[in-house]
Design a protein around this ligand. Sequence first.
Ligand code: SAM
Ligand code: 2KA
Ligand code: SF4
Ligand code: MG
Length: 193
Amino acid sequence: MKLKVNEIFYSLQGEGARTGEPFVFIRLSGCNLNCSFCDTDYSSGSIMSVEEILDKINSYGCNRILWTGGEPTLQLTDEIVSFFKEKGYWQAIETNGTHSVPSGIDYITCSPKEDFETIRKRIPEVNELRFPMEAGDPLPDISLLPKAEKYLLSPVFNGNILVPENVSHCIELIKAHPTWGLSLQIHKLIGIR
Ligand SMILES: C[S@@+](CC[C@H](N)C(=O)[O-])C[C@H]1O[C@@H](n2cnc3c(N)ncnc32)[C@H](O)[C@@H]1O
Ligand SMILES: Nc1nc2[nH]cc(C(=O)O)c2c(=O)[nH]1
Ligand code: SF4
Ligand SMILES: [Mg+2]
């Protein structure tokens, strides 16, 4: 079992409901979307076997993986997830929702970019929905989306730079629609990966 891996690093979850929790980040190469605001250069990568990945991540001493990308669902399989589960890893994923999530994933963050109703059919329930928002963007219609424990708006950053109009837009929407909460990319604010 092999994966094309863009990078592996150890850091704190910088966004969403689990902000501040330590994770081993495994960023898989490639994406099926091309979001204008995307902050990640995910194209390059090297092929690694799951045993090579395991060797690398065992050195961090943290048993929590965050699968991201790119779009991790393009490569991850049930078998790969169960390989890391058997080795004692708790696994979270960041996905755009365009493909189903392998079974065995412990925590799903979905950040839909398009076609909400199809995403809901494919993935009826997630732990966290996190929407990148620019000033003027409408509030997503919850009735079309997967069910979630947390509904978060995430102001789009310009690279690593906070955009105050995007933040104030999210705050206004959240105050008017209190089902939603704010997610800020704090890793960019405090200068960690
Ligand atoms: C790089 S994506 C990788 C996972 C998956 N492809 C996705 O979009 O959810 C990880 C998270 O970063 C968010 N993101 C990407 N660029 C951003 C930016 N400039 N500002 C805020 N969030 C951004 C995405 O919406 C997603 O929630
Ligand atoms: N610290 C930190 N937290 C993150 N959460 C999701 C990330 C991503 O790029 O998917 C990310 C990232 O790149 N860095
Ligand atoms: S889906 Fe995720 S990784 Fe792909 S371009 Fe959009 S934000 Fe970037
Ligand atoms: Mg990132």
